[in-house]
Write a protein that binds this ligand. Structure first.
Ligand SMILES: [Zn+2]
Ligand SMILES: [Zn+2]
Length: 562
C-alpha cells in the first residue's frame, strides 16, 4: 500500500512484510493489547528524526551537576531549548546512590505527552559520554576498551587512534573510518587487516599502499585500483622495486605533492569498477555493507542479522524495523535508536538489556516502563514514578488513548525536543542539510563556536612549510587555522610523531572538515535500480543512475577483478 509522508510528501510503500512484522510487536496491559501505529512518515524522514538524537563526534566542556567538576560531554552546556541538560560522569551515573525514580512525576492526561516527557528528560541527569572501560580517552564517546585515543567514536579495543569513526581492534590509525584489525593507517576508509596504508579505501589484507582502492592482499601499490595479490605496482602497472621506492620517497613529506596525489586518487575513484553493493555471505538482502545476514532489506551496516527492514547499523538483530545502532541480539524492536539486548521495545532511545519499553530513554535492565528516563533495574514505572502492576496496566492504555487523540501515538520524540542540533548529530552525516533546510523541517541547529585557543601562535595552514622536515617541534604549541573553515585546531604530540614516522604532511583542515570529507566516501543510504555496466542486468545499488562511476553486478565484478 502506498502512503504519503506527512513530512516530505513523497509516497512510500507500507508493505505486507512490514505489516506482518508490526503485528508481532505487542504490548500487553492486563486485558488490553496495544499494537504499533501505522506510520505517517516515509522511512527516510523517520530515520533522520531518529538519528538526530545521536551525537557521535561533537564534544563539549561541561560541568558535572553532582560534583561541579569539569567534564567532557556530548551535551553542550548551552541548551537549544529550555534549561540545560544535567550531566554526570560515568561513575556518578552508575553509582548505587543515583536513583532516577527520585525525579518521578505524575502524568497529566490532559497535557501533550512529549512536552511532559521532555521536561522530565531535562531534570534527570544524563551520562556525559557513553564509554566503557577506557584508559586516557576523555575525548571520545561510544568507545570501549580503548587506550590513549582522541576524538574517535563507535570504536572498541583500540590504542593510539585519533579522529575517526568505527575503529575495531586498531592501533595507530588516524583520520579514518570503518577500520577493522588495522594499524598505522591514515586517511583510510573501509579497510580490513591493513597496515601502513595512507589514502586507501575498500581494501583487505594489504600493506604499504597509498592512494589506492579495492586492493586484496596487495603490498606496495600506489594509485592502483581493483587489484588482487600484486606488489610494486604504480597505476596498475608493475614497477621495479627500486623505481617504486624512489617514486614513493619523492612523494613522502611534501604537502603540495600529497595534494596532487589526492586529486589523482579522486579521479581514480571515479573511473574504477565498483561493485553494486557491499553485501557478502548473505541471502535475500538489499542495502549496503551487509555481512552474514538474510532477509534484511533497505539495511545498512548489518552483521549476523535476519528479517530486518530499514535498519542502520545492526549486529545480531532479528525482526527489527526502522531502528538505528542496535547491538547484541535486539529482537522485535521498532523505531528505536541505540540498544543492547533489547526485546519488544518501540519508540525508545538507548534502552539496554530491557524489555517491553515504550517511549523511554537511557534505561538499563528495565522491564515494562513507559515514558521514563535514566532508570536502572525498574519495572512498572511511568515518568520515572513507581506504580504497582495493577495501576501500571490501567494507566498506560489511558495515556496511549490520549496520545492517539492528539496524534502523538506512533510518532518518535519530536525533533524540537531533541538533545542535539541536526548538525551535531549523525543525521548530518547521513543526509547533510543547511541550517535553513534543517530548521524548516523542525530540527534544531547548533551554532558551532570555538573557544579562542590558548596558544603561543596561530598560523594559517597555507603558511605552514611544505616539507614535513621543515615543521618545527613547536607546532604542537600552535593552533593552525583551517584552510577551508578558518577554525583553529591543534596538533597532538603523538599525532606529530605519527606523521613524522609515516612521512605524512600535516593536515591543513580542521578535524570536522576532514571528517565530513571522509564520510562523503560513502554513498547516501538510498537504493536505486539501474543496470550493470557490463552485462546490462538489473542491479539494486546506492549509486544513483546519473552518477559517473562504473558499477558492475556481483558476477561481472568478480570476473573482472579476480
Ligand atoms: Zn518523508
Ligand atoms: Zn553484470
Amino acid at each position: 500500500m502506498l502512503k504519503n509522508c506527512v513530512q516530505c510528501s513523497t509516497s512510500f510503500d507500507f508493505g505486507d512484510a512490514e505489516r506482518a512484522f508490526m503485528k508481532k510487536v505487542q504490548f500487553i496491559f492486563g486485558e488490553t493489547t496495544v499494537h504499533l501505529a501505522e506510520p505517517t512518515q516515509c522511512p527516510r524522514c523517520r530515520m533522520l528524526i531518529r538519528v538526530s538524537n545521536r551525537n557521535e563526534n561533537n564534544l563539549y566542556r561541561n560541568t558535572s551537576a553532582q560534583s561541579g567538576e569539569s567534564i567532557i560531554s556530548i551535551y553542550a552546556p548551552e541548551p537549544l531549548w529550555g534549561s540545560p541538560y544535567k550531566v554526570y560522569t560515568q561513575e556518578q551515573w552508575n553509582a548505587d546512590t543515583f536513583d532516577a525514580t527520585t525525579f518521578g512525576c505524575d502524568v497529566d492526561l490532559d497535557k501533550p505527552f512529549f512536552e511532559q516527557f521532555s521536561s522530565l528528560s531535562k531534570v534527570v541527569p544524563h551520562m556525559a559520554v557513553v564509554t566503557v572501560s577506557n584508559e586516557n580517552c576523555d575525548y571520545t564517546t561510544g568507545t570501549g576498551y580503548c587506550k590513549n585515543c582522541y576524538l574517535i567514536n563507535s570504536s572498541e579495543h583500540c590504542i593510539d587512534c585519533y579522529y575517526g569513526k568505527l575503529y575495531q581492534n586498531c592501533n595507530d590509525v588516524t583520520d579514518s573510518a570503518y577500520m577493522y584489525d588495522s594499524e598505522l593507517c591514515y586517511e583510510c576508509f573501509s579497510m580490513h587487516g591493513c597496515t601502513r596504508c595512507s589514502f586507501v579505501s575498500f581494501s583487505k589484507n594489504s600493506h604499504d599502499c597509498m592512494f589506492s582502492a579495492d586492493l586484496q592482499g596487495c603490498k606496495n601499490c600506489f594509485l592502483c585500483a581493483n587489484l588482487s595479490q600484486k606488489e610494486y605496482h604504480f597505476k596498475n602497472q608493475p614497477l621495479s622495486k627500486d623505481a617504486y621506492e624512489t617514486m614513493v620517497n619523492d612523494v613522502l613529506g611534501s604537502h603540495a605533492t600529497f595534494e596532487s596525489m589526492k586529486q589523482e586518487y579522486r579521479a581514480l575513484l571515479e573511473r574504477k569498477i565498483w561493485k553494486a553493493a557491499n553485501i557478502i555471505q548473505s541471502e535475500d538482502c538489499s542495502g549496503d555493507y551487509i555481512e552474514n545476514s538474510r532477509h534484511c532489506h533497505h539495511c545498512y551496516d548489518m552483521t549476523d542479522s535476519q528479517d530486518c527492514g530499514y535498519v542502520q547499523v545492526g549486529v545480531n538483530a532479528k525482526d527489527c524495523w526502522h531502528c538505528s545502532n542496535i547491538y547484541l541480539k535486539p529482537e522485535l524492536c521498532y523505531e528505536t535508536l541505540g540498544t543492547i539486548e533489547a526485546y519488544n521495545c518501540a519508540y525508545c532511545l538507548y534502552v539496554f538489556h530491557s524489555q517491553n519499553m515504550l517511549y523511554c530513554e537511557h534505561c538499563y535492565s528495565c522491564l515494562d516502563c513507559f515514558g521514563c528516563s535514566g532508570l536502572r533495574r525498574k519495572q512498572y514505572c511511568i515518568f520515572n514514578k513507581q506504580y504497582a502492576k495493577e495501576e501500571y496496566v490501567k494507566i498506560v492504555p489511558m495515556i496511549i488513548e490520549k496520545m492517539k487523540l492528539r496524534k502523538e501515538w506512533g510518532q518518535f520524540f519530536p525533533p524540537k525536543f531533541s538533545s542535539f542540533g541536526y548538525n551535531e548529530s549523525v543525521a548530518q552525516e547521513y543526509a547533510p542539510m543547511t541550517k535553513e533546510d534543517a530548521t524548516a523541517l523542525g530540527f534544531l541547529w547548533r551554532e558551532q563556536r570555538d573557544e579562542p585557543p590558548n596558544v603561543s601562535r596561530i598560523i594559517r595552514a597555507e603558511d605552514l612549510p611544505d616539507r614535513l622536515a621543515d615543521i618545527p617541534d613547536e607546532v604542537i604549541d600552535w593552533a593552525i587555522a583551517c584552510e577551508e573553515s578558518g577554525r583553529p585546531f591543534r596538533i597532538l604530540k603523538k599525532e606529530l610523531e605519527f606523521y613524522r614516522s609515516q612521512g605524512i604532511p600535516l593536515p591543513h583542515l580542521h578535524p570536522p572538515v576532514r571528517y565530513k570529507k571522509r564520510m562523503n566516501m560513502r554513498n547516501p543510504r538510498t537504493l536505486y535500480e539501474r543496470t550493470c555496466a557490463k552485462c546490462n542486468n538489473p542491479i539494486t545499488t546506492t549509486f544513483a543512475p546519473n552518477r559517473p562511476e562504473i558499477v558492475y553486478c556481483e558476477k561481472c565484478y568478480l570476473k573482472e577483478v579476480y
